[in-house]
Design a protein around this ligand. Structure first.
Ligand code: TRP
Length: 443
């Protein structure tokens, strides 16, 4: 462990508070917002679902963000170095394993996410050429995903992510987010207007909003809202620890957490209102997951006036949503390599990206392997990573954590926050793992 105990003096930081927050929003807004939130909103009670969702996002999601940001900034390092230091200072064993779990979980997310970004890139390309339309979309998706045809697109996804991370924190990640997130929001707005002005779209609005209060009596509603709240703000114990470690000392981490959760939720609601009303307008069924993006929506665009150009814009916005997430997934392991070895960013990025690219191939060409791998990462490894980080930060590092949170605050947060994190937040991270296993995935 070279350099483990020294704060690398040349550590690159985000250039401003805004740059930090928008990069965190970029990491948080991803496929979960687009293909999961709208489905859950409609299925689990419409507007009634928003109650457990917002409750969990603001009580638990933000707590997790505050912990990850402050742990990272306090160490000026990612979770691998941070966790190892804390273990060492307590003379605890198992530092290596504990430190590596969050990094491995995040790398796992990078791998399956890259496969999905590959599909999105292909659909973007096909909507430009016009080849996407007038065909059997079930057949199209099934023949393409899980076949060797998916490989070049997956590799392209990794390549794009690689190029951005190679350019560094400020010139790569921050710059990308400053451009991609506003453009994404603009496209979403445009699409919402289009969607809501379609005849019959109000049925979709009703599906999304008509409160079915009885859903709140169903425990599953609460469990799905909980899973959504954790996954959507990207709590994995690594990505946002690393982003926090690049935040300058002026950044106020509590408000950064609230803003990340707020804009992430706004993006999820916007995605719901751009997609679902259009789906209902054409009498299609709202779906979750890949079938929404790759089977239902191409049909929607085929039927919609100006659908061709709108589908180009739509898939572009989904590329932005997912690339701004995938860069944080690559940055996590890259930071771990840079901060624990003498390897420089360029080489570290290329090595990790190559490794990830190699591992994406078997997953890209085999749908059942893709599913098993994704389940293992999202149900087991990455929630364990989030739990480990929260546990270490709150139980073994609480004084310094609180000092870091209060560094840029005029009204300091009291010890109650640590107590709350100990007796509520950390146990909930354990509960999420158990519930995920029981329900076969809730994130
Ligand atoms: N929040 C992302 C989404 O909604 C998914 C995600 C989970 C993520 N963990 C992450 C993104 C870690 C970046 C880093 O799709």
């Amino acid at each position: 462990m070279k350099g483990e105990n020294e704060n690398t003096p040349k550590r690159e930081l985000f250039t401003s508070k805004f740059g930090f927050i928008i990069s965190c929003i970029g990491a948080a807004v991803g496929l979960g917002n687009i293909w999961m939130f709208s489905y859950r909103l409609g299925t689990y009670g419409g507007a009634a679902f928003l109650i457990p969702y917002f409750l969990f996002v603001f009580l638990l999601g933000t707590t997790g963000l505050i912990i990850e940001f402050s742990f990272g900034r306090s160490h000026r390092a990612g979770s691998l170095v941070g966790i190892q230091r804390v273990f060492k200072s307590h003379n605890l064993r198992g530092a290596k394993i504990a430190g590596f779990i969050p990094v491995l979980g995040l790398t796992g997310i990078l791998i399956f996410y890259s496969v999905v970004i590959g599909w999105i890139l292909k659909y973007f390309y096909m909507s430009i050429t016009g080849d996407l339309f007038h065909q059997d979309y079930v057949e199209l998706f099934n023949s393409f995903s899980g076949s060797t045809e998916a490989i070049p697109w997956t590799l392209l996804a990794v390549l794009i992510t690689l190029i951005i991370v190679l350019s560094g924190v400020a010139k790569g990640i921050e710059k990308l987010n400053k451009i991609a997130i506003p453009v994404l929001m603009f496209i979403f707005l445009l699409m919402i207007v289009r969607s809501l002005t379609l005849e019959g779209s109000m049925k979709g609005v009703e599906y999304l909003l008509k409160p079915k209060w009885s859903a709140l009596m169903n425990i599953e509603t609460w469990i799905m809202a909980l899973g959504q709240a954790f996954f959507t703000v990207s709590l994995t114990g690594c990505a946002l620890v690393v982003y926090g470690s690049y935040a300058n000392d002026k950044s106020e981490l509590v408000s950064a957490s609230f803003n990340t959760a707020l804009y992430d939720s706004i993006a999820a609601l916007m995605a719901a209102f751009m997609i679902i009303p259009a789906v209902f307008a054409f009498g299609l069924d709202p779906a979750a997951g890949p079938s929404l993006l790759f089977i239902t929506l191409p049909k929607v665009f085929e039927l919609m006036p100006y659908g061709h150009i709108l589908s180009i814009l739509f898939f572009l916005s989904i590329i932005f949503a997912s690339i701004t997430s995938s860069v944080s997934m690559l940055e996590g392991p890259v930071e771990s390599v840079i901060s624990t070895t003498r390897i420089k960013r360029k080489k570290a990025t290329i090595v990790i990206a190559l490794l990830a690219a190699l591992l994406t191939i078997p997953i890209a060409i085999d749908n059942s392997l893709f599913e098993k791998f994704t389940d293992f990462i999202t149900i087991i490894l990455s929630p364990i990573g989030a739990m480990v980080l929260a546990f270490v930060a709150v139980f073994l590092y609480s004084d310094k954590l609180l000092a870091e949170i209060n560094k840029s605050r005029t009204k300091p947060i009291g010890l109650w926050f640590i107590t709350y994190a100990k007796i509520v937040f950390v146990p909930v991270t354990v509960l999420i793992i158990i519930l995920g296993i029981i329900f076969g995935g809730i994130g």
